[in-house]
Design a protein around this ligand. Structure first.
Ligand code: HEM
Length: 147
């Protein structure tokens, strides 16, 4: 008897954890794309690209990193950062437009970066990377909250 009670308790416990996990995943998805994850991926790509440009060693893997970063930036544009989600009305509309505009600017710069690297214009590529870092700095100042 005691054994079957223990088994029942264990089953309930496992079920409870499983349900909590499903709920947490649901809440995460409802918020849209996972911005934290996308930003980490953008950071990884940016470092790889910057290293290859510095070493003037542009390979298929550099081009893949640029394409990944373009895709992740567009996906990040679909997200609504916490700092904006808590706003309402006109302030929210304005903040969203500014946020999306910054993501558009990064994508534009990344398209240009791809073009100039195709022509081996490394100095121009460095300038574009600096411009991307400036947008990143500005974006984090405006929209990234300290946890
Ligand atoms: C080259 C461009 C960018 C890179 C490489 C980048 C990188 C990162 C990294 C590494 C994080 C920390 C993620 C973590 O918590 O582990 C982050 C967070 C964040 N970034 Fe960016 N970022 C870029 C541009 C931007 C721009 C332009 C904006 C806004 C317009 C922005 C908004 C944010 C926000 C809101 C967070 C907090 C995300 C969260 O934890 O929910 N980022 N970014």
């Amino acid at each position: 008897m005691a054994k079957s009670m223990a088994t029942a308790m264990a089953v309930l416990l496992v079920l409870g954890f499983a349900m909590a996990k499903v709920q947490a995943e649901g809440a995460k998805q409802a918020k849209g794309p996972d911005l934290e994850h996308l930003m980490e991926s953008m950071e990884k790509a940016k470092r790889a690209i910057a290293r290859d440009v510095k070493e003037k060693n542009i390979t298929e893997s550099t081009l893949k990193a640029i394409a990944d970063m373009q895709r992740d930036t567009l996906a990040a544009k679909d997200a609504v950062p916490e700092a904006i989600a808590k706003l309402t009305g006109e302030a929210k509309t304005k903040a969203l437009a500014s946020y999306r505009g910054m993501m558009n600017n990064i994508v534009r710069q990344l398209l240009d970066l791809e073009d100039v690297l195709g022509e081996k214009k490394y100095a121009e590529a460095e300038e574009i990377l600096n411009a991307i870092k400036e947008i990143e700095k500005q974006g984090h100042k405006e929209f990234r909250q300290e946890h």
